[in-house]
Design a protein around this ligand. Structure first.
Ligand code: SF4
Length: 449
């Protein structure tokens, strides 16, 4: 940055050539101290991916998906592109209202959309951690918000338009009659109504995938854990389940969902719990009970994959699929985010190997952050993993964690080359592994093949 607050573009946009085609930029959005969001004429929105700063064009920003939310970012200054002067600038105040502080604005995009750039900003000194969301770049063009995303799943599983509050409440009343003494059913009411959890709502609506939270414990300490935080600057977004439901309670909820939903899925391992592998004494008999009632439905587990021996037994009991969360396939970077206690990447890979040997469906819940996930070192590590472990699916997820702090932690662990762009990462993986499914949601067993 020079003395006038002008930012020099650090490098060409990933994939950008030197062609002369005129670009149409989306207008920048900023917020004032009161949190009011407005567009800033003459400035284009800028996306950030580590060291890359890219003014956003209409072409690379689809209209903001329904259900997305706009957020302003405190303790931070927006980096914008001054279109008259053709340069990047870090603004301390509103150029049209001198003295008025302005802040960057980002979008928390609705499920199924992968962020390609985060909103560009510079942290103030001693800036606190941002809350546990992803901070996608967003702009304004012809009366519409547009965001830097790629849609990775077309299913409307978590489309809020199909999850009406009155119908959720109606579903809750019905379930109270069917499962009056079930504590898990009661817990899911809180998930659906207080936390607005789409999976919880879907249980009461009788759609797609129902959650089966069971574990109050975990053997990792993820930086972005939604249900437990050691960092007192970050509030967990959900309260971790405080009790262990019995196998009977779990099976009742699962069977109730399976018998009334076509192509249904029931999943252990939710945002409001620890890791289900730590309560195998509940999960295993619950799976056996479900399967003694019905062969229908997909029984899935979302997990950190830390215990291959337990996973082996769960598959023998009737588990159909697993989804394992990972931010990186390099030990140091994995450890820096997951902070695993008593396990490491080798155990996680062993779990995947066990599942593949048994012919089970394996997804990776791949936590993406532009500027890290798309660096050459990360792309190479992912590619090598996929060659060695022919898993069936990647669920491309946005990392819900302060992007600036995350990049610093990851870059401190090891140097990185220039990010090549999230789109180019997706294109490359699709080209190299044409049979690998891309998506966002756990699939039912009917579409495993
Ligand atoms: S594995 Fe899941 S429950 Fe455990 S710390 Fe990480 S995010 Fe939290």
């Amino acid at each position: 940055m020079d003395n006038n607050g002008n930012e020099h573009m650090q490098q060409r946009r990933p994939g950008q050539g030197s062609g002369k085609k005129k670009r149409t930029y989306v207008t920048a959005l900023v917020a004032n101290r009161a949190g009011e969001i407005f567009d800033l004429k003459g400035y284009a929105a800028v996306g950030m991916a580590g060291p890359t700063l890219a003014p956003l064009t209409v072409e690379e920003t689809p209209p903001m998906p329904y259900g997305s939310e706009l957020m302003f970012m405190p303790d931070r200054k927006p980096i914008l592109y001054n279109m008259d002067k053709s340069r990047l600038e870090t603004l301390m105040e509103n150029p049209y209202a001198p003295g008025e502080s302005i802040f960057p604005v980002a979008a928390f995009n609705s499920p199924g959309h992968l962020v390609t750039y985060v909103s560009a900003y510079k942290e103030n000194e001693n800036a606190g951690f941002l809350p546990l969301f992803s901070y996608g770049a967003v702009g304004w063009y012809k009366g519409k918000f547009r965001t830097a995303v790629i849609r990775v799943d077309k299913e409307r599983r978590q489309d809020l338009r199909l999850m009406k509050h009155e119908e959720v409440v109606e579903g809750i009343q019905k379930m109270r009659q069917i499962l009056p003494d079930n504590r898990l059913r009661e817990h899911l009411e809180k998930c659906a109504l207080e936390y607005g959890c789409p999976a919880g709502k879907n249980f009461f609506l009788g759609r797609y995938e129902a959650p089966l939270p069971t574990s109050p414990h975990c053997n990792a300490r993820c930086l972005g854990c939604l249900s437990l935080q050691e960092n007192d600057q970050i509030s967990p977004s959900q309260e971790r389940i405080a009790f262990q439901p019995s196998p009977k309670e779990v099976a009742e909820v699962a069977v109730e969902h399976i018998i009334r939903v076509n192509r249904s899925i029931v999943s252990f391992g939710q945002g409001c719990e620890g890791d289900p592998l730590l309560v195998a004494d509940v999960v295993m008999p619950a799976i056996v009970k479900i399967r003694s009632n019905t062969t229908r439905g997909t029984i899935n587990m979302n997990t950190n994959g830390s215990r291959p021996d337990v996973i082996d037994k769960l598959f023998d009991s009737g588990l159909d699929s697993i989804r394992i969360s990972l931010n990186s396939f390099r030990q140091a970077h994995y450890r820096a985010y997951f902070r695993p206690q008593g396990f490491g990447l080798s155990e996680v890979k062993k779990s995947i190997e066990v599942a593949l040997e048994k012919g089970k469906f394996v997804s990776i819940n791949y936590l993406n952050c532009p500027g890290f996930t798309d660096t050459p070192e990360e792309v190479e590590a992912l590619t090598n993993f996929l060659k060695a472990y022919p898993i069936q699916m990647i669920q491309w997820r946005n990392l819900n964690f302060d992007p600036g702090k995350y990049l610093k932690i990851m870059y401190d662990v090891g140097e990185h080359g220039t990010p090549t762009g999230i789109k180019s990462l997706l294109d490359r993986i699709r080209y190299s592994f044409p049979d690998l499914k891309f998506g966002y949601f756990n699939p039912p067993k009917e579409s495993f093949l």
